[in-house]
Every structure is written in C-alpha cells, then in structure tokens.
Design a protein around this ligand. Structure first.
Ligand code: ADP
Length: 397
C-alpha cells in the first residue's frame, strides 16, 4: 500500500512555493519529503527543489513567457516522478483572505473558489494568485481534493473592540472589519511557544512576523488577541513594498488634489511604498542592511521605530508582556533588526543576550538571563500547518 502524501502550495505573483509531506500520521517537520519553488514567473521561470536533507533535486529553467498552467503542469509532472511509494491524497493551499464567512479549512471546490474570488480586491497581491493555482490544479488534476487554509482564520475570536472600525454600524455588518493576516504562521509559532520559551502557554506574547509582508500578533495563551493588519494586508508596520498604517486623509488628498484614482492608489500603497518607497533602493532588507546610503539607513531606522511602537500598542492590549518572538525572513535572519527592536522595547523589560542573538539558528532563546520578558526566534512553518489541516480534513471527510 502506498503512503498518503499531501502537496502544499503557496502561490504568489512571481513564485509558486510547494512542499510534499508524508501524511501516514499527523505530519511533523520530520515528515517533509521535499520542497521548492517555481520563481521568476512572468519573466524567466525556474524550478528548484530540494529534499528534506537539502540535496538538490531539480534546477530547471523554463521557456520565456510560459503560462501559469504550463508551469503548474510541469511542476505536477515533476512531483509525480518523486512520488514513488506515495499517493497524493490532497493539495492544501494557503489562501490569504477568507473574509467573514470562511474560517475553518475547507474543500476548495469550484463554488468556494468563486466565492473567494470576491475577496480579490481585499488582497490584490495574493488572493488572485492563490486562486489561479487552485484553478489550474483543478483543470490538471480534477480528482485531487484541494483544501483552502486561511491566513485570516487564526484571528477569529478576537473581541469586537479589536475587530470593528469606528464606522457606521451597517458597514461592520457588511464585513468591513479588521481581519488580520499571517495566521498560518502565527498558528505554527503558537504551537511552539511553550516548548521554546518555557513560559506556560506562552502567557502574554507578541509574535513579530517580519518578512516581505510584516505584522505582529498579541496572543494570550496562544490565541490571537490583537494584530496589526486589518481589512487588507496594508495596515500596521511598513513592509517591503506596502505602506503600513497611513492617515486615510492622505488618500483623500491624493484623490482630490492630485487626481489619483483607485488603481493609482493600489499601486502606490501595495507596490511603491514601505522599504522600497522610503529607501528608493530595495524592498529587500538584506540589500538595505548592506547599503551605506543614508536613505537605506533611514528605511531601516523607520522599520525598527514603527515595530517598537507597535509592540507598545500590543503590550497595552495584553496588559503586559511575558514573551516576544521573532519569525519570518527578517525576524529569523536579521540579528541587527531584532536587536534594535528589542532596544525599543527595553522599557517593557525586554533585554537580550547579544551573543545569543548574533548566533541564533533555528529555535533559540535570545533573552538575557535576567530579562523580565523571554525573547526567542522561532522559524515559522506555514506549510506544516497547511499539511496538518489538509490531512485532518480529508481524514474526516
Ligand atoms: P515572504 O514570505 O513574506 O515573501 P520572507 O518571510 O521570505 O517573505 O521574508 C523576506 C524578507 O526577509 C526580505 O526582506 C529579505 O531581505 C529578508 N531576509 C531574508 N534573509 C535575510 C537575512 N539573512 N538578513 C536580513 N534579512 C533577510
């Protein structure tokens, strides 16, 4: 008998990331079989894949202008060759926005895909691509069960105070409310809080998911209490190319006085702002850290300053702070950024061990022995959460 396996897909505008997990039992990190990505979509697409031990399994280039369907078909054909002794039982997708109506992992059939398409304006950078991959997979592999796992789901259960905007009440009922994102990442980190920090249940924790997209989540006993993102993934912290929080009056001014329309503003807020807007150099934190340009330094200073301010705000929502965790590309790999954000949170009792911070690899406690707040790095694993959720859904079907 073949071992069941789950394909996990995280499809973005320029890349499709994938992993395959063995799913005979509830998958753990050790059940990863292989993973990789197709990058450079729309330009010069390339497939690279590695086995769980890091061995290179594929490094292929595709013809220029290959379509999404062609690339996914090629990826599936490649995956089939890796499935010796395995049988795909589900494909789990990261779906950024579930809106008001979709919380639990759900079978991603045509009806659900159509419903989720209505949320594209709320997540224009992610949702269309998440759904395009599911559409293509349905055409190429109609019998494979597809599962939607929502980035918004982790934040349901927050108080009305946290989810409502101060707008006329009818608008809240229409679904104009704070949803929050990066929930698959927060779900994973929450599951590791106690084991890594030794703090029972993680108590009052702030998790900083700092990647291209960036947000923070305040958790009490591992459950979301407050988060920096809202109706869309634009609020809160400045990100690689997104503005973060901005006075809505600026947008009114740009429309009324500068003739900008919705399309212009979408481009401005999602693609031209944040680190790229501030620095004029790059949206990539590595480039900024390597640069001597004053604008690159200012972009970094700004990012750390806003992160420090958000920690203060979230600590207020929690009524104190016991645990601070860093995750995602910047949070896991940039000691300088962690150190500066922690310095901004010193007034809360955050004190780090600079040597531990500089050397942190994998799950690491980086707080100084006497620190009132336990500080840790916990590498995220959204793929594992999707694999677990997808397996649970097909098992119970
Ligand atoms: P996303 O999943 O949102 O696309 P990631 O979590 O992969 O993003 O994070 C990407 C960010 O992480 C980029 O800004 C990148 O520069 C940053 N990053 C990755 N590695 C490092 C590193 N070694 N030092 C500093 N920043 C890094």
């Amino acid at each position: 008998m073949k071992t069941p396996a789950i394909l996990v897909i995280n499809a973005g505008s320029s890349s499709i990331k994938f992993s395959i997990f063995s799913a005979a039992a509830v998958p753990g990190p050790e059940d990863l079989i292989c993973g990789g990505k197709i990058s450079g979509i729309g330009v010069q697409a390339r497939l690279d894949a590695r086995s769980a031990d890091g061995t290179v399994l594929a490094d292929e280039h595709f013809p220029e202008n290959a379509t999404y369907d062609e690339l996914l078909a090629r990826l599936l054909a490649w995956i089939e060759t890796r499935l010796v002794g395995l049988e795909l039982v589900a494909a789990g997708h990261r779906i950024v926005h579930g809106g008001r109506d979709h919380v639990l992992p759900s079978v991603l059939d045509e009806k659900l895909r159509d419903e989720l398409r209505r949320l594209i304006p709320l997540a224009p950078l992610h949702q269309p691509h998440n759904l395009a991959a599911a559409d293509a997979l349905a055409r190429l592999h109609p019998d494979l069960v597809q599962v939607a796992c929502f980035d918004t789901a982790f934040h349901t259960g927050r108080s009305e105070m946290e989810t409502v905007y101060a707008l006329p009440a009818g608008m809240t009922e229409d679904g104009i409310r704070r949803y929050g994102f990066h929930g698959l990442s927060y779900d994973f980190v929450a599951s590791r809080l106690e084991a890594v920090t030794g703090e029972e249940g993680g108590k009052r924790a702030i998790v900083a998911h700092l990647g291209n997209g960036a947000s923070m989540c305040a958790m009490r006993n591992g459950r979301s209490v407050a988060t920096t993102l809202g109706f869309t993934a634009l609020d809160g912290l400045p990100m690689g190319t997104r503005s973060g929080a901005i006075d809505p009056g600026v947008l009114l001014y740009l429309m009324e006085q500068k003739g900008m329309d919705a399309k212009d503003l979408t481009c401005l807020l999602y693609r031209q702002s944040g680190l790229i807007g501030l620095s004029g150099i790059s949206s990539d934190m590595r480039d900024l850290l390597a640069s001597d340009a004053p604008k690159a330094r200012f972009a970094i200073d700004y990012f750390c300053y806003r992160a420090g301010r958000e920690i203060g705000s979230l600590a207020a929502a929690l009524g104190g702070l016991d645990v601070l965790v860093f995750t995602a590309g910047i949070g896991e790999n940039a000691p300088e950024i962690r150190s500066r954000i922690c310095a901004a949170a010193a007034w809360l009792g955050v004190e780090i061990d600079e040597a531990a911070n500089a050397e942190a690899r994998g799950e690491t406690v980086i707080s100084a022995p006497g620190s009132k707040v336990a500080v840790a790095v916990i590498p995220t694993n959204e793929e594992l959460v999707i694999a677990r959720n997808s397996r649970a859904l097909v098992q119970n079907a």
